[in-house]
Design a protein around this ligand. Structure first.
Ligand code: ATP
Ligand code: MG
Length: 203
């Protein structure tokens, strides 16, 4: 499996409860929706609103959200480029396990670097759905949900994405959602329509 692994004496044990069998039990396929975008673009809002809708349809879901993960799994990591890369790597591995477990996973991380998102895509394979929350920085800054833009402008936060650290927008995302022109419900409907077309679930 992983050629970078430090533990070489491991043997992969094949499960009899396969992904396909989990999908039959759950009555839907598992997949990963990878939300990306600037702070305040709407990743958490859409991931949780979408999860709510999927839950109401009896689907198995889980949201991995930036701040929550940084309190535990990635609490030893900061916001340097190196740490951001490791943050995304760990999240990708966890998301892959959830996908194997039959869950519709929604991740809500800025994930500013294209190369890291592409690594996540390579790891997860065909189940990776990149959802770009498209919102100009001017609007994100006006929203300033967490007051972070104001603090970043005042120089209190170093390496703040969009201000003092780059954000590389996806070149070819599966979905590009305009969170300015559309309401939250409209955005969620658009994503649900896409999942239906992809065959993740059936009506
Ligand atoms: N169509 C929309 N989709 C998503 N959010 C919207 C939309 N319209 C308005 N908003 C508002 O924009 C804000 C988005 O904030 P949210 O916390 O979801 O951003 P985020 O991308 O998760 O940021 P961060 O990276 O800092 O966690 C919320 O206050 C939300 O109500
Ligand atoms: Mg968020």
């Amino acid at each position: 499996m992983n050629t970078d692994s430090k533990s070489s004496n491991t043997v992969w044990h094949h499960a009899t409860v396969t992904r396909q069998r989990r999908a039959e039990l759950n009555k839907h396929h598992s997949t990963l929706l990878w939300f990306t975008g600037l702070s305040g673009a709407g990743k958490s809002t859409l991931a949780h609103a979408l999860e709510e809708r999927l839950y109401q349809m009896n689907y198995s879901t889980f949201v991995l959200d930036g701040d929550n993960v940084r309190h535990g799994l990635c609490k030893d990591l900061g916001f340097s480029n190196e740490d951001r890369i490791e943050n995304i790597r760990r999240i990708s591995e966890v998301a892959r396990l959830f996908v194997e477990a039959g869950v519709i996973v929604l991740t809500a991380f800025i994930s500013p670097f294209r190369a890291d998102r592409d690594k996540a895509r390579d790891l997860v394979g065909k189940d990776f759905i990149e959802v770009y929350c498209d919102c100009p920085i001017t609007v994100c800054e006006e929203r300033d949900v967490k007051g972070l833009y104001r603090r970043a402008r005042q120089g209190e936060i170093k390496e703040f994405t969009g201000i003092s650290s780059p954000y590389e927008a996806p070149l070819n995302p599966e979905l590009s959602i305009n969170t300015v022109a559309n309401s939250i419900d409209e955005c969620v409907d658009e994503i649900l329509k896409y999942l239906l077309e992809r065959g993740v679930y059936k009506l």
